[in-house]
Write a protein that binds this ligand. Structure first.
Ligand SMILES: *Cc1c(COP(=O)(O)O)cnc(C)c1O
Length: 480
């Protein structure tokens, strides 16, 4: 790896007059761009030869870490394998060349994919209908809460302004509620990590719009009191929202719709093996029970009885190539294999948990689902923190787990292996975690100073957050 090349921005490699492209012959005739739309000065673009561009981006990509490089046990994120067949289908020219403004009669195949995926998700979750349009889990939450709000408004039930959210919830839950103009009320967890039903009872009233729940929750525990909770919320006139980010261990086993949930989102980039983040756009389909179907966002129809404007959350139909990947995944597993996802993910998580609980603190020691949470190293006398362990894992070629979330434990370390990992990989991870626990005793400085092997060493998080360098200009300036 040439670190000089790596550290350069493409702009810094630019030399006037160098070219790395050749355009195809114009097939469309000559069209003059109106003078008022033309640039007055040349765009400031980097000028590089093709090989420089290829090396520059190849070297950058080599510094990335993804599921294709190694084990990525990032709790709550379900970093499962993204099978290449998904990419093959998504890249098929018959799909890839579609345009959202094409005449409807020319996109019947795409419509069928949308409809079939929508139906598969309905069948897997027990809800009546899905919109695939939202672009992420958080976007789905916002959409779902807008549906809940629109439902109450359609009944002239205007005083319902509060949403109940467990203290173990993902940060997007209260954030989505706030963006939707609703007030967040927090319900506590019991010491064994489940929603505290007695505390919940004290929060109920005719101002409750609904409650958001994640199941299994962010501690990887199945919320066994759901039937009682959904009854309490429904009896006071509220609706139940299911945060489906953790749907993976329940696939084909049990369904949120059957548990009494009215609205839910699914993260296709988690449970349905489509890429996260830089690997491709996310997708957060939202499903609803029968009585809410008319409130789903559509491009032009208004929900019956809904007096406000129809909900619009995305132009056109969302991230279609992502639907193709998710639908390919569902079809390639098939009805029988889809039922193996949950048990294997659960087995892997319990195996890691039990293999490490003598050296890492396990605050809630019971059978977990697809993930679990340690509260740092068992031996706190070494001064080695969860952050140090996470950084040291990078030296051994593993991505760190999710750390300092959920907020219920000071040294939280949330581990989710997913079903796709082999026993060899998982055993390798367990060995390294034990080795780091040993290093914490015998050579704590090596852990506290980690990572030592990565191109960028330990960054000062506080400094990076307080004085972020956000512009190219400033970066050059600082380097000089
Ligand atoms: C990932 C996650 C979200 C948010 O989903 P995004 O797709 O990242 O917006 C919400 N809740 C939980 C429990 C999650 O794990």
């Amino acid at each position: 790896m040439n670190h000089k090349l790596y550290s350069n921005l493409i702009f810094e490699l630019s030399h006037p007059g160098r070219r790395g492209y050749s355009l195809p012959k114009n097939q469309f005739g000559h069209h003059e761009i109106p003078a008022e739309l033309k640039r007055t000065a040349d765009a400031e673009l980097p000028e590089c030869d093709e090989m420089t561009v290829v090396r520059h981006y190849t070297n950058h990509s080599g510094n990335n870490f993804g599921v294709d490089n190694g084990f990525y046990p990032l709790g709550s994120c379900t970093m499962k394998y993204n099978p290449p067949i998904n990419e093959e289908i998504a890249a098929h020219p018959a799909f890839a060349n579609l345009h959202p403004l094409q005449p409807a009669e020319t996109v019947k195949g795409a419509e069928e994919v949308y409809e079939n995926l929508q139906q598969s998700l309905s069948e897997l979750t027990g809800l009546s209908r899905f919109t695939l349009n939202p672009c992420a889990g958080a976007h789905g939450e916002l959409t779902g809460l807008m549906i809940i709000k629109a439902y109450h408004e359609s009944r002239n039930d205007h005083q319902r302004t509060k949403v109940i959210v467990p203290d173990s919830a993902h940060g997007t839950n209260p954030a989505s509620a706030a963006v939707c103009g609703l007030n967040v009320v927090e319900v506590k967890s019991t010491p064994d990590g489940l929603v505290d039903v007695e505390h919940l009872k004290t929060l109920l009233g005719d101002d409750i719009a609904g409650m958001m729940m994640t199941n299994p929750n962010t501690l990887g525990l199945f919320e066994v009191h759901i039937p009682e909770i959904t009854k309490l919320i429904h009896d006071c006139g509220g609706l139940m929202y299911y945060d489906g980010a953790n749907l993976n261990p329940l696939l084909g086993e049990c369904r949120p719709g059957d548990m009494g949930f009215d609205v839910m989102h699914i993260n296709l980039h988690k449970t349905f093996s489509t890429p996260h983040g830089g690997g491709g756009p996310g997708s957060g389909p939202v499903g609803v029970c029968e009585k809410l179907v008319d409130f789903l966002p559509t491009n032009n129809c208004k929900a019956k009885g809904h007096t406000g404007t129809a909900i619009t959350i995305h132009p056109y139909h969302g991230h279609f190539a992502t639907y193709l990947r998710a639908y390919t995944y569902i079809l390639s597993l098939g009805r029988e294999n889809v039922k193996k996802v949950g048990p294997y993910a659960t087995l892997n998580a319990n195996y890691i948990m039990n293999s490490l609980k003598d050296v890492y603190e396990l605050p809630i020691d019971k059978v977990c689902k697809h993930e679990f949470v340690f509260d740092g190293l068992k031996d706190k006398s070494t001064g080695v923190t969860t952050m140090d362990v996470a950084k040291r894992l990078l030296d051994y070629g593993f991505h760190a787990p999710t750390i300092y979330f959920p907020l219920l434990f000071h040294e939280a370390m949330m581990i989710e292996p997913t079903e796709s990992e082999s026993k060899d990989t998982i055993d390798g991870f367990i060995d390294v975690m034990r080795k780091i626990a040993e290093e914490a005793k015998t050579n704590p400085d090596i852990v506290k100073g980690a990572p030592h092997e990565t191109p960028v060493k330990r960054v000062n998080d506080v400094e990076a957050a307080k004085h972020p360098i956000l512009t190219y200009q400033q970066l050059i300036h600082d380097n000089n």
